[in-house]
Design a protein around this ligand. Structure first.
Ligand SMILES: [Ca+2]
Ligand SMILES: [Ca+2]
Ligand SMILES: [Ca+2]
Ligand SMILES: [Ca+2]
Length: 168
């Protein structure tokens, strides 16, 4: 004779299974239902109603949401050459009108308050690490090695001239 607790447990399990099974089937069939009702899904490689394109994922011309790849549509599409997409085609906000990142040191004077951009973040070369112009007075003209070399050259020239004068 089965214990009463075990039959209660069995009925409970059956009830839960009965409730969950339709949910599982519904989830599994959602995409095929959508396909049956609307005639296709985005990502199946077929352009269906409501889709601008469908390349079964991101391509150079199509976003993975089945809209055309456009710079400024907030959808990053690396395949189309976008390195950022902030949802606009305005520069000076960190992402350029061509969907490339704007920063000091990228070799382009961006509208980020940059006076110059020599492609590096090094001071002392005319354009400082924050992309502001450096006055040449603050740029060291010669390194210690250069100063030493000039000194040697001057000394050699002086010695040469002194010898020539003495010989004349
Ligand atoms: Ca499709
Ligand atoms: Ca885009
Ligand atoms: Ca922008
Ligand atoms: Ca820059």
């Amino acid at each position: 004779m089965p214990r009463p607790e075990s039959s209660v447990l069995k009925n409970l399990c059956l009830a839960i299974a009965c409730l969950l099974l339709p949910l599982v089937f519904t989830a599994a069939n959602t995409s095929s239902h959508v396909a049956a009702v609307f005639g296709g899904v985005c990502g199946d490689g077929v352009i269906d109603a409501g889709e601008q394109c469908d390349d079964a994922g991101e391509s150079a011309t199509c976003d993975d949401d089945c809209t055309f790849a456009v710079c400024g549509d907030s959808t990053l599409n690396v395949s189309s050459g976008e390195l950022c997409d902030d949802g606009n085609t305005t520069g000076g906000d960190g992402c350029s009108a061509a969907c490339t990142p704007e920063f000091c040191g990228n070799g382009v004077v961006d509208g980020l308050g940059e006076q110059c951009d020599d492609g590096n973040n090094t001071n002392g070369d005319g354009c400082d690490a924050t992309c502001q112009l450096e006055s040449m007075a603050s740029v060291p003209a010669l390194s210690p090695w250069g100063i030493g070399l000039v000194g040697i050259l001057l000394a050699m020239t002086g010695a040469f001239l002194a010898r020539r004068q003495a010989g004349a």
